[in-house]
Design a binder for this molecule. Structure first.
Ligand code: NAI
Ligand code: ENO
Length: 315
Protein backbone atom coordinates (compact mmCIF):
# COMPACT_ATOMS: atom_id res chain seq x y z
CA UNK A 1 0.00 0.00 0.00
CA UNK A 2 1.52 3.43 -0.94
CA UNK A 3 2.35 5.89 1.86
CA UNK A 4 -0.45 8.40 2.52
CA UNK A 5 0.29 11.98 1.39
CA UNK A 6 0.20 13.12 5.05
CA UNK A 7 0.78 11.05 8.19
CA UNK A 8 -1.85 13.09 10.02
CA UNK A 9 -4.44 15.60 8.77
CA UNK A 10 -6.50 17.73 11.17
CA UNK A 11 -9.77 19.34 10.04
CA UNK A 12 -10.97 22.26 12.14
CA UNK A 13 -14.65 22.85 11.29
CA UNK A 14 -16.66 19.91 9.96
CA UNK A 15 -19.50 21.52 8.02
CA UNK A 16 -20.15 21.22 4.27
CA UNK A 17 -16.52 21.84 3.28
CA UNK A 18 -14.79 20.09 6.21
CA UNK A 19 -16.97 16.98 5.97
CA UNK A 20 -16.54 16.82 2.17
CA UNK A 21 -12.79 16.93 2.74
CA UNK A 22 -13.06 14.20 5.39
CA UNK A 23 -14.91 11.98 2.93
CA UNK A 24 -12.49 12.47 0.03
CA UNK A 25 -9.42 12.18 2.29
CA UNK A 26 -10.72 8.82 3.47
CA UNK A 27 -11.66 7.64 -0.04
CA UNK A 28 -8.26 8.60 -1.48
CA UNK A 29 -6.35 7.40 1.64
CA UNK A 30 -4.54 10.74 1.87
CA UNK A 31 -4.03 10.62 5.67
CA UNK A 32 -2.60 8.04 8.06
CA UNK A 33 -4.77 9.56 10.79
CA UNK A 34 -7.66 11.98 10.33
CA UNK A 35 -8.41 14.20 13.29
CA UNK A 36 -11.55 16.32 13.54
CA UNK A 37 -12.29 19.34 15.73
CA UNK A 38 -15.30 21.58 15.96
CA UNK A 39 -16.71 24.01 18.48
CA UNK A 40 -20.07 22.48 19.34
CA UNK A 41 -20.52 19.09 21.00
CA UNK A 42 -23.63 18.26 18.90
CA UNK A 43 -21.76 18.86 15.62
CA UNK A 44 -18.84 16.74 16.80
CA UNK A 45 -21.22 13.95 17.85
CA UNK A 46 -22.84 14.06 14.41
CA UNK A 47 -19.41 13.86 12.71
CA UNK A 48 -18.59 10.87 14.90
CA UNK A 49 -21.93 9.22 14.11
CA UNK A 50 -21.14 9.65 10.40
CA UNK A 51 -17.69 8.08 10.96
CA UNK A 52 -15.93 11.02 9.30
CA UNK A 53 -12.57 10.71 11.10
CA UNK A 54 -10.34 8.68 13.40
CA UNK A 55 -10.16 11.11 16.36
CA UNK A 56 -12.61 13.78 17.57
CA UNK A 57 -11.91 16.86 19.70
CA UNK A 58 -13.72 19.92 21.01
CA UNK A 59 -10.30 21.42 21.71
CA UNK A 60 -8.79 22.32 18.31
CA UNK A 61 -5.26 22.64 19.81
CA UNK A 62 -5.40 18.96 20.74
CA UNK A 63 -6.67 17.95 17.29
CA UNK A 64 -3.78 19.65 15.46
CA UNK A 65 -1.04 18.14 17.66
CA UNK A 66 1.38 16.19 15.39
CA UNK A 67 -0.70 17.03 12.30
CA UNK A 68 1.24 17.56 9.05
CA UNK A 69 -1.70 19.33 7.40
CA UNK A 70 -4.35 21.45 9.15
CA UNK A 71 -7.38 22.67 7.18
CA UNK A 72 -9.50 25.39 8.79
CA UNK A 73 -13.04 25.29 7.35
CA UNK A 74 -15.05 27.66 9.54
CA UNK A 75 -16.98 30.87 8.72
CA UNK A 76 -14.34 33.50 7.85
CA UNK A 77 -15.22 35.59 10.91
CA UNK A 78 -14.05 32.73 13.15
CA UNK A 79 -10.68 32.13 11.38
CA UNK A 80 -8.66 34.41 13.67
CA UNK A 81 -10.08 32.81 16.83
CA UNK A 82 -9.34 29.32 15.48
CA UNK A 83 -5.76 30.33 14.59
CA UNK A 84 -5.25 31.68 18.12
CA UNK A 85 -6.64 28.45 19.55
CA UNK A 86 -4.45 26.07 17.51
CA UNK A 87 -1.20 28.11 17.52
CA UNK A 88 0.36 26.42 20.56
CA UNK A 89 -0.42 22.90 19.31
CA UNK A 90 1.06 23.21 15.80
CA UNK A 91 3.93 20.92 14.82
CA UNK A 92 7.07 22.55 13.33
CA UNK A 93 7.01 22.12 9.55
CA UNK A 94 3.22 21.62 9.43
CA UNK A 95 1.13 23.16 6.64
CA UNK A 96 -1.89 25.22 7.72
CA UNK A 97 -4.47 26.16 5.10
CA UNK A 98 -8.10 27.28 5.05
CA UNK A 99 -11.16 27.15 2.81
CA UNK A 100 -12.52 30.64 3.48
CA UNK A 101 -14.42 32.51 0.76
CA UNK A 102 -12.46 35.72 1.46
CA UNK A 103 -8.69 35.87 1.53
CA UNK A 104 -7.27 39.27 2.58
CA UNK A 105 -9.25 39.26 5.85
CA UNK A 106 -8.26 35.66 6.65
CA UNK A 107 -4.58 36.50 6.01
CA UNK A 108 -4.85 39.61 8.18
CA UNK A 109 -6.52 37.76 11.04
CA UNK A 110 -4.64 34.44 10.95
CA UNK A 111 -0.99 35.17 10.01
CA UNK A 112 0.15 36.73 13.29
CA UNK A 113 -0.83 33.58 15.23
CA UNK A 114 1.07 31.13 13.00
CA UNK A 115 4.55 30.25 14.35
CA UNK A 116 7.55 31.00 12.10
CA UNK A 117 8.31 27.31 11.55
CA UNK A 118 4.79 26.52 10.25
CA UNK A 119 3.72 27.06 6.61
CA UNK A 120 0.49 29.06 6.32
CA UNK A 121 -0.91 28.87 2.75
CA UNK A 122 -4.42 30.33 2.39
CA UNK A 123 -6.82 28.61 -0.03
CA UNK A 124 -10.36 28.61 -1.37
CA UNK A 125 -12.11 25.71 -3.10
CA UNK A 126 -14.58 27.21 -5.59
CA UNK A 127 -17.05 24.46 -4.88
CA UNK A 128 -20.09 24.39 -2.69
CA UNK A 129 -23.82 24.18 -2.31
CA UNK A 130 -26.49 26.00 -0.32
CA UNK A 131 -26.38 23.26 2.35
CA UNK A 132 -24.31 23.28 5.52
CA UNK A 133 -23.26 21.03 8.40
CA UNK A 134 -21.49 17.64 8.59
CA UNK A 135 -24.33 15.74 6.92
CA UNK A 136 -24.28 17.98 3.84
CA UNK A 137 -20.81 17.02 2.59
CA UNK A 138 -19.95 14.57 -0.18
CA UNK A 139 -16.62 13.23 -1.45
CA UNK A 140 -17.20 14.47 -5.03
CA UNK A 141 -17.70 18.14 -4.08
CA UNK A 142 -14.29 19.26 -5.32
CA UNK A 143 -14.16 17.20 -8.49
CA UNK A 144 -13.50 19.26 -11.63
CA UNK A 145 -13.58 22.47 -9.59
CA UNK A 146 -10.91 25.10 -9.15
CA UNK A 147 -9.13 25.57 -5.87
CA UNK A 148 -7.40 28.95 -5.58
CA UNK A 149 -4.32 29.28 -3.39
CA UNK A 150 -3.19 32.77 -2.37
CA UNK A 151 0.37 32.12 -1.18
CA UNK A 152 2.21 34.76 0.85
CA UNK A 153 5.45 36.32 -0.51
CA UNK A 154 7.64 34.01 1.59
CA UNK A 155 5.65 30.80 1.04
CA UNK A 156 7.83 27.68 0.89
CA UNK A 157 7.68 26.19 -2.63
CA UNK A 158 7.81 22.60 -1.39
CA UNK A 159 4.95 23.11 1.05
CA UNK A 160 2.91 24.78 -1.70
CA UNK A 161 3.62 21.88 -4.07
CA UNK A 162 2.46 19.41 -1.41
CA UNK A 163 -0.75 21.36 -0.76
CA UNK A 164 -1.33 21.49 -4.52
CA UNK A 165 -1.00 17.69 -4.65
CA UNK A 166 -3.54 17.46 -1.82
CA UNK A 167 -6.18 19.49 -3.71
CA UNK A 168 -5.44 17.57 -6.89
CA UNK A 169 -6.03 14.40 -4.87
CA UNK A 170 -9.46 15.85 -4.02
CA UNK A 171 -10.13 16.12 -7.78
CA UNK A 172 -9.56 19.88 -8.10
CA UNK A 173 -7.40 21.89 -10.42
CA UNK A 174 -5.25 24.41 -8.56
CA UNK A 175 -4.56 28.03 -9.44
CA UNK A 176 -2.73 30.79 -7.57
CA UNK A 177 -3.74 34.43 -7.23
CA UNK A 178 -2.83 37.36 -5.11
CA UNK A 179 -5.35 37.77 -2.28
CA UNK A 180 -6.67 41.22 -3.28
CA UNK A 181 -7.32 40.02 -6.81
CA UNK A 182 -9.04 36.90 -5.47
CA UNK A 183 -11.38 39.03 -3.34
CA UNK A 184 -12.28 41.28 -6.28
CA UNK A 185 -12.95 38.36 -8.67
CA UNK A 186 -14.97 36.42 -6.10
CA UNK A 187 -16.96 39.55 -5.19
CA UNK A 188 -18.45 39.64 -8.71
CA UNK A 189 -18.74 35.93 -9.50
CA UNK A 190 -19.88 34.62 -6.12
CA UNK A 191 -20.56 37.22 -3.45
CA UNK A 192 -22.74 39.58 -5.52
CA UNK A 193 -24.94 36.77 -6.92
CA UNK A 194 -25.66 35.66 -3.35
CA UNK A 195 -26.37 39.22 -2.18
CA UNK A 196 -28.67 39.81 -5.15
CA UNK A 197 -30.46 36.53 -4.36
CA UNK A 198 -30.91 37.44 -0.68
CA UNK A 199 -32.26 40.81 -1.79
CA UNK A 200 -34.75 39.64 -4.44
CA UNK A 201 -36.11 36.87 -2.23
CA UNK A 202 -36.43 39.40 0.63
CA UNK A 203 -38.31 41.80 -1.67
CA UNK A 204 -40.64 39.01 -2.80
CA UNK A 205 -41.21 38.05 0.82
CA UNK A 206 -42.19 41.63 1.66
CA UNK A 207 -44.61 41.63 -1.30
CA UNK A 208 -46.14 38.37 -0.15
CA UNK A 209 -48.04 40.21 2.55
CA UNK A 210 -49.95 41.82 -0.32
CA UNK A 211 -50.10 38.93 -2.75
CA UNK A 212 -50.59 36.11 -0.18
CA UNK A 213 -49.17 32.84 -1.51
CA UNK A 214 -48.79 33.93 -5.15
CA UNK A 215 -45.03 34.30 -4.83
CA UNK A 216 -44.72 30.60 -4.02
CA UNK A 217 -47.57 29.42 -6.24
CA UNK A 218 -46.36 31.05 -9.44
CA UNK A 219 -42.63 31.11 -8.76
CA UNK A 220 -40.97 30.45 -12.09
CA UNK A 221 -37.62 28.75 -12.39
CA UNK A 222 -35.74 32.09 -12.42
CA UNK A 223 -37.07 32.96 -8.98
CA UNK A 224 -36.54 29.40 -7.75
CA UNK A 225 -32.84 29.63 -8.75
CA UNK A 226 -32.55 32.73 -6.56
CA UNK A 227 -34.23 30.95 -3.63
CA UNK A 228 -31.55 28.23 -3.78
CA UNK A 229 -28.74 30.75 -3.34
CA UNK A 230 -30.76 32.67 -0.74
CA UNK A 231 -31.08 29.47 1.31
CA UNK A 232 -27.29 29.47 1.94
CA UNK A 233 -25.93 29.59 5.47
CA UNK A 234 -26.65 32.98 7.13
CA UNK A 235 -23.55 32.97 9.37
CA UNK A 236 -21.23 32.16 6.50
CA UNK A 237 -22.67 34.87 4.24
CA UNK A 238 -22.87 37.50 6.99
CA UNK A 239 -19.15 36.89 7.51
CA UNK A 240 -18.36 37.05 3.76
CA UNK A 241 -20.16 40.42 3.51
CA UNK A 242 -18.39 41.85 6.55
CA UNK A 243 -14.95 40.49 5.56
CA UNK A 244 -14.92 41.36 1.85
CA UNK A 245 -16.58 44.72 2.43
CA UNK A 246 -14.52 46.93 0.10
CA UNK A 247 -14.54 44.63 -2.94
CA UNK A 248 -18.28 43.93 -2.50
CA UNK A 249 -19.10 47.64 -2.16
CA UNK A 250 -17.05 48.38 -5.30
CA UNK A 251 -18.90 45.70 -7.29
CA UNK A 252 -22.28 46.77 -5.86
CA UNK A 253 -21.61 50.36 -6.94
CA UNK A 254 -20.93 49.23 -10.53
CA UNK A 255 -23.95 46.94 -10.42
CA UNK A 256 -26.23 49.74 -9.20
CA UNK A 257 -24.99 52.07 -11.96
CA UNK A 258 -25.73 49.45 -14.60
CA UNK A 259 -29.12 48.72 -13.03
CA UNK A 260 -29.98 52.43 -13.15
CA UNK A 261 -29.12 52.48 -16.88
CA UNK A 262 -31.39 49.48 -17.39
CA UNK A 263 -34.15 51.17 -15.39
CA UNK A 264 -33.81 54.28 -17.57
CA UNK A 265 -33.99 52.20 -20.76
CA UNK A 266 -37.21 50.58 -19.54
CA UNK A 267 -38.70 53.92 -18.44
CA UNK A 268 -37.96 55.60 -21.80
CA UNK A 269 -38.91 52.60 -23.90
CA UNK A 270 -35.39 52.23 -25.28
CA UNK A 271 -35.93 48.78 -26.81
CA UNK A 272 -32.65 48.86 -28.76
CA UNK A 273 -30.67 49.29 -25.57
CA UNK A 274 -32.51 46.41 -23.88
CA UNK A 275 -32.14 44.20 -26.95
CA UNK A 276 -28.39 44.95 -27.21
CA UNK A 277 -27.72 44.12 -23.57
CA UNK A 278 -29.80 40.94 -23.63
CA UNK A 279 -28.01 39.82 -26.81
CA UNK A 280 -24.58 40.50 -25.28
CA UNK A 281 -25.38 38.53 -22.12
CA UNK A 282 -26.85 35.62 -24.09
CA UNK A 283 -23.61 35.45 -26.09
CA UNK A 284 -21.63 35.19 -22.86
CA UNK A 285 -23.70 32.21 -21.72
CA UNK A 286 -23.34 30.58 -25.15
CA UNK A 287 -19.57 31.05 -25.19
CA UNK A 288 -19.33 29.46 -21.73
CA UNK A 289 -21.29 26.43 -22.91
CA UNK A 290 -19.34 26.17 -26.17
CA UNK A 291 -16.05 26.26 -24.23
CA UNK A 292 -17.31 23.22 -22.32
CA UNK A 293 -17.24 25.10 -19.04
CA UNK A 294 -20.72 24.19 -17.92
CA UNK A 295 -21.36 20.97 -16.08
CA UNK A 296 -24.58 19.52 -14.83
CA UNK A 297 -24.76 18.45 -11.21
CA UNK A 298 -27.75 16.12 -11.21
CA UNK A 299 -27.73 15.65 -7.42
CA UNK A 300 -28.76 19.21 -6.95
CA UNK A 301 -30.61 19.75 -10.22
CA UNK A 302 -28.54 22.79 -10.96
CA UNK A 303 -25.89 24.06 -13.34
CA UNK A 304 -22.64 25.42 -12.07
CA UNK A 305 -19.56 26.74 -13.75
CA UNK A 306 -16.52 24.53 -13.74
CA UNK A 307 -13.03 25.20 -14.98
CA UNK A 308 -12.39 25.17 -18.75
CA UNK A 309 -11.12 21.93 -20.17
CA UNK A 310 -7.47 21.96 -21.21
CA UNK A 311 -6.86 22.31 -24.96
CA UNK A 312 -6.22 18.60 -25.44
CA UNK A 313 -9.58 17.57 -23.93
CA UNK A 314 -11.81 20.21 -25.46
CA UNK A 315 -11.78 18.87 -29.01
N1 NAI B 1 -20.63 26.56 1.68
C1 NAI B 1 -19.97 26.70 0.56
O1 NAI B 1 -20.56 26.54 -0.51
C2 NAI B 1 -18.51 27.08 0.60
C3 NAI B 1 -17.92 27.60 1.74
N2 NAI B 1 -16.60 27.98 1.73
C4 NAI B 1 -15.99 28.54 2.94
O2 NAI B 1 -15.62 27.43 3.76
C5 NAI B 1 -15.78 27.73 5.13
C6 NAI B 1 -16.70 26.69 5.75
O3 NAI B 1 -17.96 26.75 5.14
P1 NAI B 1 -19.02 25.57 5.27
O4 NAI B 1 -18.34 24.28 5.47
O5 NAI B 1 -19.97 25.73 4.16
O6 NAI B 1 -19.75 26.00 6.63
P2 NAI B 1 -20.69 25.13 7.60
O7 NAI B 1 -21.59 26.10 8.27
O8 NAI B 1 -21.27 23.97 6.90
O9 NAI B 1 -19.62 24.59 8.67
C7 NAI B 1 -18.85 25.45 9.47
C8 NAI B 1 -18.18 24.62 10.55
O10 NAI B 1 -17.38 25.47 11.36
C9 NAI B 1 -17.62 25.19 12.73
N3 NAI B 1 -17.25 26.38 13.50
C10 NAI B 1 -17.82 27.60 13.50
N4 NAI B 1 -17.14 28.42 14.31
C11 NAI B 1 -16.12 27.69 14.83
C12 NAI B 1 -15.08 27.98 15.73
N5 NAI B 1 -14.93 29.19 16.27
N6 NAI B 1 -14.20 26.97 16.05
C13 NAI B 1 -14.31 25.76 15.51
N7 NAI B 1 -15.29 25.43 14.63
C14 NAI B 1 -16.17 26.40 14.31
C15 NAI B 1 -19.07 24.81 12.76
O11 NAI B 1 -19.44 24.14 13.90
C16 NAI B 1 -19.14 23.93 11.50
O12 NAI B 1 -18.64 22.65 11.81
C17 NAI B 1 -16.30 29.15 5.19
O13 NAI B 1 -15.24 30.03 5.44
C18 NAI B 1 -16.86 29.42 3.80
O14 NAI B 1 -16.74 30.78 3.46
C19 NAI B 1 -15.80 27.79 0.64
C20 NAI B 1 -16.32 27.24 -0.50
C21 NAI B 1 -17.72 26.86 -0.62
O1 ENO C 1 -23.89 27.03 -4.24
C1 ENO C 1 -23.36 27.78 -5.07
O2 ENO C 1 -23.85 28.02 -6.17
C2 ENO C 1 -22.06 28.42 -4.74
O3 ENO C 1 -21.76 29.45 -5.27
C3 ENO C 1 -21.18 27.70 -3.80
C4 ENO C 1 -20.04 28.47 -3.26
C5 ENO C 1 -20.25 29.31 -2.18
C6 ENO C 1 -19.18 30.01 -1.64
C7 ENO C 1 -17.91 29.87 -2.17
O4 ENO C 1 -16.91 30.55 -1.61
C8 ENO C 1 -17.70 29.04 -3.24
C9 ENO C 1 -18.76 28.33 -3.78
Amino acid sequence: MPEPLFQKIALVGIGLVGSSLARVIRRERMAGTLSIATRRAETLARAQELGLGDEYFLDAAEAVRDADLVVISVPVGASGAVAAEIAAGLKPGAIVTDAGSTKTSVIREVTSFIPENVHFIPGHPIAGTEHSGPGAGFAELFEERWCILTPLPDTDAEAQAKLTRFWEGCGSRVDTMDPEHHDMVLAIVSHLPHIIAYNIVGTADDLEAVTKSEVIKYSASGFRDFTRLAASDPTMWRDVCLHNRDAILEMLARFSEDLSALQRAIRWGDGDKLFDLFTRTRDIRRSIIEAGQEVDVPDFGRHVLAHPKPESESA
